[in-house]
Ligand binder design. Structure first.
Ligand SMILES: Cc1cc2nc3c(=O)[nH]c(=O)nc-3n(C[C@H](O)[C@H](O)[C@H](O)COP(=O)(O)OP(=O)(O)OC[C@H]3O[C@@H](n4cnc5c(N)ncnc54)[C@H](O)[C@@H]3O)c2cc1C
Length: 394
């Protein structure tokens, strides 16, 4: 198996690099490099720049406005974006709903929604999880009952990422109340300004606001907004979660964070020595580097298999676990390297931390706490281990 990039792939890499150098606004890349919060308009601006270039939805087929990139091109694009400190794209429209509509949506739904995802008129959020249905998603209770040409929706979703910016939500709802739980779920598209919807913020551990609870009380939604057949939502949910997990390893992000920590450990001094010369810290750094190299190779191996049309089994689960464990280990290393400057601070006291932290590291405590989430969302690491055990040990 050849894991090096072909001549064409290297040319594509150079093209992406040049585009990012000329088109990524510096004010945005500086925020990303310094882990500062991006505003809605920052995210919309980058979305529009990529859409103008035609690279917003590179993996989409050409007839839907994509470039038909294969897995390797997409990987190169994402790796270069991380390297240049470009914002991570909000995945709900482009990486989740788009592929769902292309596979399961009616021609009318495709014509109505896909262009609006690309040009940014619609910002989608994901309404899967509920207070009693996370890992055990099939036990979800939000119900959609048929009433003439509409469904009437009642229930609650939670952990809805960036719902505060969204105008639409795709939901899993219960449309059949007997039989196997998986066989009574439907996938439905809902406008967030429909009467009866209330969104409330949830504050995360570091004080940031990126997730919400969404309450539905007698929310009337046209039945034509259902995707696929009634009660086949579980099939769609599994298809979509597969997409969510392959994007979650964040290899490029870890490479970037590792380099930042390595640089930091060359400038920070402890007991008169550079931190990188401390045997204990150097050993910790080396261990994460070895894990990262192994993950990079595993990722390339899987990309190579996917590029040749091979079937991935439980491998995405392995990448999800490794990717998130490594990113949390990097947060931990940064915390150790920063010492007192890594002390937790309320997010509104950023100025205080800017005064004491080395350049680019004022947000490390916030990032450390915020990244507790990555081993939970997209299917927790314990659930991924269950999938691995079932797929490989049985
Ligand atoms: C920051 C963040 C953003 C999110 N964004 C979204 C979003 O936009 N849309 C959306 O729908 N959801 C979202 N989620 C929800 C996410 O998918 C769930 O949190 C996740 O699936 C876990 O479900 P839960 O929180 O209900 O935990 P639970 O399922 O209650 O699990 C609690 C603990 O028990 C463990 N556990 C549960 N079952 C098993 C088992 N069978 N074997 C071993 N261990 C087990 C879990 O690993 C976990 O540690 C988000 C979550 C977070 C934290």
């Amino acid at each position: 198996m050849d894991l090096s990039y072909s001549v064409d792939e290297q040319a594509f890499q150079a093209e992406v690099r040049a585009f990012l150098e000329s088109s990524l606004p510096r004010e945005i890349s500086e925020k990303v490099a310094n882990r500062r919060e991006l505003s809605k308009s920052d995210m919309e601006r980058w979305h529009a720049i990529l859409n103008d270039k035609g690279w917003l939805a590179g993996t989409w087929p050409k007839e839907f406005g994509g470039q038909a990139w294969g897995p390797v091109q997409q990987h190169i694009f994402e790796e270069e974006c991380c390297r240049a400190n470009a914002p991570r794209l909000v995945p709900f429209g482009i990486k989740m709903l788009g592929p769902v509509l292309m596979k399961f949506g009616s021609p009318d739904q495709q014509a109505e929604y896909l262009p609006r995802i690309l040009d940014g008129r619609d910002w989608w959020c994901q309404g899967y999880s509920e207070p009693g249905a996370g890992s055990d998603l099939a036990s979800l209770k939000t119900k959609a009952e048929r009433d003439g040409d509409d469904y009437m929706i009642n229930g609650q979703k939670t952990w809805t990422t960036l719902g505060q910016h969204a105008n639409r939500i795709f939901c899993l709802v219960r449309t059949k109340f007997d039989g196997k739980p998986q066989e009574g779920i439907s996938f439905i598209l809902v406008d967030l300004d429909t009467p009866g919807i209330e969104m409330r913020p949830i504050r995360l551990l570091e004080g940031g606001y990126e997730v919400n609870e969404v309450f539905f009380t007698n929310v009337r939604v046209p039945a034509a907004r259902q995707v696929g057949e009634e009660n086949m939502g579980w099939t769609i949910a599994k298809f979509l979660l597969g997409h969510e997990r392959t994007n979650i390893a964040g290899v490029g992000f870890s490479i970037q964070a590792f380099e930042q920590i390595k640089d930091l450990s060359r400038t920070v001094r402890r007991g008169g020595k550079r931190l990188i010369d401390s045997p204990l810290f150097a050993a910790r750094l080396a261990q994460v580097e070895a894990e990262l190299e192994a993950m990079k190779l595993t990722n390339l191996r899987m990309l190579s298999l996917a590029e040749q049309g091979g079937r991935l089994g439980a491998e995405p689960s392995m990448l999800k676990i490794k990717g998130t464990v490594i990113r949390q280990a990097l947060n931990d290393l940064a915390r150790r390297a920063l010492g007192p400057a890594a002390a937790p601070f309320p997010s509104e006291d950023l100025e205080g931390n800017l005064a004491i932290a080395p350049e680019g590291h004022a947000m490390n405590a916030a990032s450390y706490f915020n990244n507790r989430k990555i081993s939970i969302y997209g299917g927790s690491n314990e659930i991924q281990r269950n999938i691995l055990a079932k797929g490989m040990l049985s």
